[in-house]
Design a protein around this ligand. Structure first.
Ligand SMILES: *Cc1c(COP(=O)(O)O)cnc(C)c1O
Ligand SMILES: [Zn+2]
Length: 410
């Protein structure tokens, strides 16, 4: 583990060696999530544009020199990361912008952005010889872990709210995870999982507890910059639940900057559901603590009352001179249709929440013509068919003959 130099607490700044601490800062507790820091002077020699041109590993393992595992585990050969980036010309027109790109992370093996983190979590478990893994999740982290754990042959225990969308629970069951439906919210499932992990020694996949997971998420920034030929966008837009995805992406950009591969940084636009917006409220009030809100949104993946990586998310927003906006569920459903109908990309509600927020930011004139924007679609639309159906009209039904068809078409 020579690459990782130390782990630094996001709250108190104390530094630890990776051998000393497994999860959070011992003096700050769960709020003290740790940043993984490397010996960048050494990494600089291998992490170069020339090296990428010569590399034919088109997955997140392409960035192994800046990941907290020694090598890609042989067993984990699913194609994770290196998702497509599309220039969305018809969407640009509809928004009144001229450079909007879609990074479709619904194209990952279990169909969400969470796969970037699970790949690292499972690789780490293999390296540390952990026998059992666990996760609490609104749904996607769970289905993702269960898929990667299955691939590696590691049993997993998964805690999800009983209300999670059927497709996500189905994934868990098909992958053979030990599924525990919690009669409560995600916040409650998280607490039970945390206790079980301590009690039974299971390796916890939570991005807010386990410092290595966010490292997988940062690879989205590396891919984006390669795909954009190292031209830094003005804005990167992502939805926020716990705050791990946006802080992961931000860390990736900062590392590229530190390594001299890019010469400016993007601004991060976070988007939250209006009834599940503790990060936005803390940002507006310039606070470093979060007031609980009983989350209510159909975007289940960002239905979070206590943001578990909230401090890191706030840091990403502030350091990048970014912004956060709230959107209503109806705006999320509209964004789902707009994205699908202008780009062909079908995202789940939390996956298109970024677009709903971008629309708002454009209407408020905070993002303007001439600015280059990347929207990260974090999950595939088939993950939650029920919400999608509530956004659309019922189809027509005809008798199987042309006359009846004509009646309906006229
Ligand atoms: C988990 C998730 C998010 C939010 O990520 P956080 O790290 O919790 O902020 C957004 N969209 C989808 C589809 C997700 O699964
Ligand atoms: Zn601390």
């Amino acid at each position: 583990m020579a690459k990782v130099e130390f782990l630094r607490c996001v709250k108190c700044g104390r530094e630890y060696s990776p051998k000393e601490v497994e999860y959070c800062c011992p003096s700050c507790g769960p709020e003290g999530t740790l940043d993984v820091l490397y010996d960048y002077s050494q990494i600089k020699l291998k992490f170069t544009k020339e090296a990428f041109i010569a590399d034919d590993e088109y997955s997140l393992w392409r960035y192994i020199n800046l990941l907290p595992v020694e090598r890609k585990p042989e067993l984990l050969n699913m194609q994770v990361g290196w998702t497509p980036l599309y220039k969305a010309q018809r969407l640009e027109k509809s928004l009144g912008l001229d450079a909007v790109y879609i990074k479709d992370d619904g194209r990952n093996p279990t169909a969400s952005f969470k796969d970037r983190a699970s790949a690292i979590g499972v690789a780490k478990a293999i390296e540390l010889d952990k026998q059992i893994m666990c996760a609490a999740s609104t749904g996607n982290a769970a289905s993702s872990l269960s898929g990667f754990a299955a691939c590696a042959g590691i049993p997993s225990y998964i805690f999800v709210p009983a209300t999670a969308p059927a497709a996500k629970i189905t994934q868990l069951l098909v992958y053979g995870a030990n599924v525990i439906l919690v009669d409560g919210t995600y916040d409650e499932a998280f607490e039970v999982c945390l206790k079980a992990s301590e009690e039974f020694g299971w390796y916890n996949r939570s991005c807010a507890i386990n410092p290595y997971l966010v490292e997988g998420k940062k690879t989205v920034a590396f891919e984006l910059m390669e795909q954009l030929k190292w031209e830094v966008p003005d804005w990167v837009v992502m939805s926020i639940g716990d705050g791990c995805c946006i802080s992961g992406a931000w860390k990736g950009f900062k590392e590229l900057y530190e390594l001299g591969l890019i010469n400016k940084l993007p601004r991060m636009l976070g988007v939250q559901a209006a009834m599940s917006n503790p990060v936005n409220r803390a940002f507006r009030e310039n606070k470093n603590s979060f007031d609980y809100i009983k989350p209510e949104t159909l975007a289940d993946s960002i239905s979070v009352g206590i943001p578990r990586n909230g401090l890191k998310a706030l840091r990403a927003l502030r350091e990048s001179q970014g912004d956060v906006v709230d959107v209503m569920d109806i705006e999320i459903l509209d964004a789902m249709k707009l994205m699908a109908r202008t780009t062909g990309v079908f995202g789940e509600p939390a996956g298109v929440t970024g677009l709903a927020g971008l629309r708002k930011a454009v209407n408020d004139n905070n993002i303007k013509l001439g600015e280059k924007v990347v929207l990260v679609v974090t999950g595939n639309g088939l993950k939650d068919v029920k919400s999608a159906m509530s956004a659309v009209n019922a189809p027509i039904t005809i008798q199987p003959n042309l006359e009846d068809l004509k009646k309906h078409l006229l």
